[in-house]
Design a protein around this ligand. Structure first.
Ligand SMILES: [Ca+2]
Length: 184
């Protein structure tokens, strides 16, 4: 009996997954338009992302998300360590990809120590750090933007967030939310 119930639940879940996939297909049929990442705001945990340990934060009332209940938190532990969060998307030929994201910075530092480097790489474009954020990023959410430009071929684009912190001399935490990938 238990096995039967489990099978039925699995079938129901498959139906849900199949239904949920339709909007993504519709977006793919219309290139150069729309937001293409499946989990831009971390509401589904690390789905669609390669993430180091302790990256995702859910429902912290004292540090609420920019949108929804989850975001990615980097550094802020006052230990010497590095955090990495990365994702890759496909950019159709003749499309420009604009990546927008929000960052909130909480700090006890008074000079640059801990930092968050945001990088963008695409087929034919060398990986490059576009932003190197530090203690002076602001305690309110701020939005940043970067683009790949267009190309005549289909490309892959990878966005990476790399945080580095060193124990001692204050602590800086970087919260990241709503990393949108928009084609135009
Ligand atoms: Ca969120």
């Amino acid at each position: 009996m238990k096995a039967f119930v489990t099978t039925a639940m699995a079938a129901a879940l498959m139906l849900l997954v199949t239904g949920g996939a339709s909007p993504g297909r519709a977006a793919a049929e219309a290139p150069c338009t729309g937001q293409i990442h499946p989990n831009p705001g971390f509401e589904h945990g690390t789905t669609g992302w390669t993430a180091g340990p302790r990256i995702i934060v859910l429902g912290d009332a004292t540090r609420p998300a920019h949108t929804g209940s989850a975001y990615a938190a980097f550094a802020g532990l006052d230990v010497t360590r590095t955090d990495l969060l990365r994702t890759t998307v496909t950019v159709p030929a003749d499309c420009d990809l604009t990546v927008r994201f929000w960052v909130r910075t909480t700090t006890t530092e008074t000079s640059r120590g801990d930092y968050l480097n945001v990088g963008l790489a695409a087929t034919g474009i060398l990986p490059k750090t576009r932003f190197s954020l530090a203690f002076d990023g602001g305690s309110q959410w701020r939005q940043y933007s970067m683009s790949t430009g267009t190309a005549t071929i289909q490309r892959t684009a990878t966005v990476s967030f790399v945080a580095s912190e060193t124990a001692g001399n204050g602590v800086t935490a970087f919260d990241v939310d709503e990393v949108s990938f928009t084609l135009s």
